[in-house]
Design a protein around this ligand. Structure first.
Ligand code: FAD
Length: 456
């Protein structure tokens, strides 16, 4: 796989330790029991669960570039119990019990990813160190308190998420100007490149065929067309997330949103002595443009921001925009003034899939299965999707197949350019709100605009 400075693969794929030479492509027509389109976490976890449950199945994964080349090899590595739709949104559609069941399935999923890494010997740097969400202003603290209150409403106790005053929070991670934080144990961090590439090797060993450099052009019951031939199969799985719109007839299902991440150079022992961050915590804050970060195994900070740019689904951008670097640097200096001069060693981007109603979905209908719409929360959700799809494909009723997102029907996006304009407006309003808030310490009126622009 070749990458250049404008389209970098990013730190995780660069350091995954795997040979990124593409596996052989599809050559002509083929037949399988299950054909999976997309070699990211969704496709690979689905292949894993299917092959584990039914080793005799003939499974083919079709991947346009290489396994892990999409968001799965480019993310923040938060393997968290968060779902893109918060429990109150799940409850509003499907009821309180469904929201509680969904959350508890996500909590189990965080553990499940670690279990598989262990038993399959995938050295993905998995550490279940929890999430520290920090507040650096009274406004952020109010939001944190409100979030905590909501967790209580859905059955979470202090064991699941608790308030930390500033001193206790600093014991974990000494973020500058912190006024308080919450801690939840239900999150792990991973090296996503090692997880994606390791998982690909594991499923291959189990007999799954991964055809890389193979672009699907049309997906329908019983077959997938590619530029290199057609694969016929009893079940077709669509696992393309942000690239879903590149398939004929799927342009309005999921919008591709382009987001960036960076990683610092390794920071010196003096920095870590001062900051702590020893337990593998995933770190975030409560600003309108929030940060998500982890300390890497080699003492860097890998981090990204909730800033995005929508793209029509047919484009799946991997280029880097210069403003992203400035925004990341400003965040680093704000949270950790000691790291203000640190070099950003790698900056890259990827794309995520956003559904019109901000709700993820997994399902199987008329021989075509799908999963996605995770937005920025796909690392663990894709594992849950894989296990759920394996049950659905086997025709097995289970606790997983009864979860509320199963069979959830996405409302299609409006024709372009409306989604592009609306979602670009949403991200701009978030940036305005963030800027006003950091200048004045007060909520910005742009937040009202954010509320209005959020997909319903
Ligand atoms: C910068 C960034 C940070 C993120 N941070 C986090 C985080 O910390 N925690 C979290 O939970 N989530 C995070 N996410 C989201 C998470 O990475 C995704 O939700 C998840 O990886 C989606 O997995 P997937 O397999 O569904 O999609 P992808 O990983 O995008 O896989 C789709 C695959 O399909 C391939 N493909 C595309 N078109 C075709 C075609 N026509 N034919 C065949 N193959 C095709 C692509 O090359 C790709 O490999 C982040 C995403 C990004 C980009």
């Amino acid at each position: 796989m070749t990458t250049d400075r404008r389209h970098p693969a990013g730190f995780w794929l660069d350091t995954c330790g795997d040979d990124l030479t593409p596996r052989p492509s599809l050559r002509g027509n083929d037949v399988a029991d299950v054909v999976i389109v997309g070699g990211g976490f969704t496709g690979l976890w689905t292949a894993y669960s299917l092959a584990k449950n039914e080793p005799s199945l003939r499974i083919v994964v079709l991947e346009k570039d290489i396994a892990g080349w999409g968001a799965s090899g480019r993310n923040g590595g938060w393997c968290s119990s968060d779902l893109v739709s918060p429990p109150e949104a799940v409850a509003a559609r499907y009821g309180q019990d469904a929201a509680v069941a969904m959350r508890s399935a996500m909590v189990d999923t965080v553990v499940e990813v670690g279990r598989v890494c262990e038993v399959e010997d995938i050295d993905a740097h998995y550490v279940r160190g929890g999430t520290l969400k920090v507040a650096t202003s009274m406004l952020e603290a109010e939001r944190l308190r409100a979030d905590l209150e909501t967790s209580r409403h859905f059955g979470w106790t202090d064991d699941d998420r608790r308030w930390l005053d500033a001193d206790d929070a600093r014991e974990r991670i000494a973020v500058d100007d912190m006024v308080g934080a919450t801690f939840s144990p239900h999150c792990a961090v991973v090296h996503p490149g090692r997880l994606a590439r390791g998982l690909a090797r594991v499923v291959e060993r189990m007999g799954v065929r991964i055809a890389e450099g193979t672009t699907a052009t049309a997906v329908g019951p019983g077959r997938v067309r590619t530029e290199r031939g057609t694969v016929r199969a009893g079940v077709v799985v669509r696992a393309l997330e942000g690239a879903t719109g590149s398939l004929r007839g799927h342009g309005r299902l999921l919008l591709a949103v382009h987001i960036h991440m960076g990683v610092t150079e390794p920071l010196p022992p003096a920095f870590w002595d001062a900051v702590g961050w020893r337990e593998g915590e995933a770190l975030s804050d409560m600003r309108p443009v929030f940060v998500y970060a982890q300390r890497t195994r080699d003492d860097r900070i890998a981090f990204g921001l909730a800033r995005g740019h929508p793209h029509p689904g047919s484009l799946t951008p991997t280029y880097v925009v210069p403003t992203a670097a400035r925004a990341l640097r400003a965040t680093l200096s704000r949270l950790f003034p000691m790291a203000a001069g640190a070099r950003i060693d790698s900056l890259w981007s990827g794309y995520i899939g956003m559904s019109r109603d901000w709700f993820p979905s997994v399902g199987l209908r008329d021989g075509v299965a799908w999963a996605g719409g995770y937005f920025g929360d796909g690392v663990s959700t894709a594992n849950l999707a894989g296990r759920t799809l394996a049950d659905l494909i086997a025709g097995r009723e289970s606790d997983l197949t009864r979860l509320p997102w199963v069979g959830h029907r996405w409302r299609p996006w409006e024709p372009q350019p409306l989604p592009m304009v609306g979602v670009a407006g949403l991200f701009t309003a978030m940036r305005w709100a963030d800027a006003v808030e950091s200048r004045t310490g007060r909520p910005s009126r742009a937040l009202g605009l954010v509320e209005r622009l959020l997909p319903d």
